[in-house]
Every structure is written in structure tokens, then in C-alpha cells.
Design a protein around this ligand. Structure first.
Ligand SMILES: C[S@@+](CC[C@H](N)C(=O)[O-])C[C@H]1O[C@@H](n2cnc3c(N)ncnc32)[C@H](O)[C@@H]1O
Length: 273
């Protein structure tokens, strides 16, 4: 039976770009993330990922940064089996299925109400998986999440769509809510934001970008003194680069020599609090 999804706003529509990146990575001969569910969802919905004209480089980048955030979450959950997990701006990403945490972990996918409705239509339910439909800028949504447990919070592809003020307020509310936790999100340098506005593959979201970007991974520590940088993950220096196609691998290895150059693409920033 055909699945009818709610009509998405342009902001909600941004989820297709990352979902397609993951689906197209899955179809490669040596996938970086290997997200079968992403591929299954776009196939079942008949969504045409060809419209983004994504070359191998952004496909691999989308899959790679998601893999790094999965690693942060998996490592946290292994140390805190009673954790609460939160995926901010979850889109149609199936992180809970990829991580497959024990039933003692409660996982919350947060996105606009339309997106949470769509998730329920296309994704298998898990007893410990919960959807919260809200605008993340309205900070009351956190009342629905239990507060006394350690939390691992992921924001994959979200923060560039928030103003810096909203991002700071959100981080503050999160660190106030939980006794301890870790958070991982994409670091977008000022150059990366500028490039995303210009690049053909991200034209579909160019007008929606609100963050100015920031270059210093320690900047969030100044916004919120509870945040401590655990690691700036420069994707150019991660082991998966060895599996990149030749030209991309050589270019990435060259970029890896300089942290400043590596930050021209997206990075993954990992903090604890
Ligand atoms: C580029 S998509 C990333 C989706 C998913 N994290 C992934 O990696 O595939 C950005 C997501 O953030 C959501 N989003 C953006 N601004 C939001 C806000 N203010 N409140 C809730 N969700 C938001 C969009 O609806 C969209 O699903």
C-alpha cells in the first residue's frame, strides 16, 4: 500500500538530503555507514535521490560524520546502560536501529511534528524508542524526557539551521536538564557555511542556513561553561579515509596535514558535561 507522508515545509524537506546521502552510501560497493534502513525508506517511498546530483564526496561525508556520531553514542551507552539518548533534528534517520541499545536505554527522536508523524509511518517501532514532535526552539519539549539519568545527545545536520542564540539556549537547557552527559554535533566553520550556500549539492538548503558557523572548537565552552571539549573529530584524519575512492582519499590525506584546512569541511565536535 502506498505511504502518504504529511506535506513537509522547506526546513523539514532538508531531511531528504541526508537520508539520500546515507541511502546512496549504502548502495556503494564499500559503504562507510551501511545504513540499510535509509535505502529501504527512499525505495519504499519512491523518493528520487538523483535530484540532489550528489557526487561521491558529499555522500561519503554525510555517511562518515553520521558514523562518528554513532560511535560517540555507542561508546556512551556501553558505559551508561541506563542512559537517555536524544537525537535532535532526527529527520528520517534510524540511529536507534543502528545502535540497537539494550532495553534499559530510552531513546528520544526529536523533530517537527510532521517529521515525527512520517517516522511512525516508515520506521519500525521499538519499545524504548520515543518520538517528540516539536520546534526545538520551543524549549518545553524537554519536560517529556526523564531528567535524572546520564544523557547522550546527538545533533546530526541540525545546528546550521539554528541561529547562534537558539543553539546556545538549547545547549544551556540540555546541560541544565541532566546530571551529566555527552553531546556530539557537526562543527560548521564559517567557511563550511559559506561553501554550503554556494555548493550545488546543498543548494536545496542554502536559504535555510541560519548559523554563521564558528572556527574554534572551544567556542561552545565559552557559551556554556559546563561543556568540556572531549575531541574535535577531524574527519580527514579518521581511519575510514583509507577506504575512500582513490582521488578523494588522496585529496583528503592532503587536507589532513593541516587542522585549519580540515576544518574547511564539516567536523564532528564531541563535548561532555
Ligand atoms: C539535514 S536534516 C538532518 C536529519 C537527520 N539528523 C539526518 O542526519 O538524516 C535537519 C533536520 O532538522 C530538523 N529541524 C531543523 N530545525 C528544527 C527545529 N527548529 N526544530 C525541530 N527540528 C528541526 C529538520 O526538520 C530536519 O529533519
Amino acid at each position: 500500500m502506498a505511504i502518504t507522508l504529511p506535506e513537509f515545509t522547506p526546513m523539514e524537506d532538508s531531511l531528504w538530503l541526508t537520508l539520500c546521502g546515507k541511502a546512496l552510501d549504502y548502495r556503494r560497493s564499500d559503504p562507510i555507514l551501511g545504513d540499510r534502513m535509509a535505502d529501504e525508506i527512499v525505495r519504499r517511498l519512491g523518493y528520487d535521490c538523483g535530484r540532489f546530483k550528489l557526487s561521491e564526496s558529499p555522500i561519503i561525508n554525510i555517511a562518515h560524520r553520521t558514523k562518528k556520531m554513532d560511535e560517540v553514542a555507542a561508546d556512551f551507552i556501553a558505559r551508561h546502560p541506563n542512559a537517555v539518548g536524544i537525537d535532535l533534528g532526527a529527520g528520517l534517520d534510524s540511529r536507534l536501529l543502528r545502535l540497537n541499545p539494550p532495553s534499559t536505554v530510552d531513546w528520544y527522536d526529536v523533530d517537527f511534528p510532521n517529521v515525527i508523524t512520517a517516522r511512525r509511518k516508515v520506521m519500525p517501532e521499538r519499545a524504548n524508542g520515543h518520538g517528540i514532535g516539536t520546534d526545538l526552539v520551543d524549549l518545553n519539549w524537554l519536560e517529556a524526557v526523564p531528567s535524572g539519568r546520564p544523557a547522550v545527545i546527538i545533533a546530526d545536520g541540525l545546528l546550521a539551521f539554528l541561529t547562534q542564540e537558539d543553539m546556545i539556549a538549547l545547549l544551556q537547557r540540555l546541560t541544565d536538564r541532566f546530571p551529566s552527559g555527552e553531546i556530539a554535533f557537526n562543527g560548521y566553520s564559517r567557511f563550511a557555511i559559506w561553501a554550503a550556500r554556494k555548493y550545488r549539492g546543498t543548494q536545496s538548503v542554502a536559504d535555510l542556513l541560519k548559523s554563521p558557523g564558528f572556527d574554534d572548537p572551544r567556542e561552545p565552552e565559552r557559551w556554556n561553561p559546563r561543556l568540556k571539549l572531549v575531541r574535535e573529530i577531524l574527519l580527514t584524519r579518521e581511519p575510514e579515509v583509507a577506504r575512500f575512492p582513490t582521488a578523494l582519499r588522496l585529496f583528503t590525506r592532503l587536507s589532513a596535514r593541516s587542522a585549519a584546512w580540515s576544518r574547511k569541511g564539516t567536523t564532528v565536535l564531541h563535548y561532555r558535561f
